[in-house]
Design a protein. Structure first.
Length: 91
């Protein structure tokens, strides 16, 4: 099982918190780039113009409310490992 698939499953299990590194990995895998970092807030944007801001405070984990926003933004409930490439080309 790929790291991306494991992370998607972790995000869908709606944990109360996840590591910022996992958020960064999954957003990057879905074509997002970090566009700005101001203080503890990191803003990401993809080529379609979708944006999300995620706070990173020291060694703390990213709170569940942001995990849920990422799940909805990336439509992870309907994602499968096989169709990642075709979805990226369609966007």
């Amino acid at each position: 099982m790929s790291k991306l698939k494991k992370l998607v499953e972790q995000f869908l299990n709606q944990p109360p918190e996840v590591r910022f590194e996992d958020v960064l990995y999954i957003l990057t895998a879905f074509g997002f780039e970090e566009k700005r970092s101001k203080g503890s807030h990191h803003s990401f944007r993809d080529s379609a113009g979708r944006t999300i801001t995620v706070p990173k405070k020291g060694g703390q984990k990213v709170k569940g409310v942001y995990v849920q926003q990422i799940v909805e933004l990336l439509n992870l409930e309907e994602w499968s490992d096989e169709n990642t490439e075709s979805e990226e080309q369609a966007d």
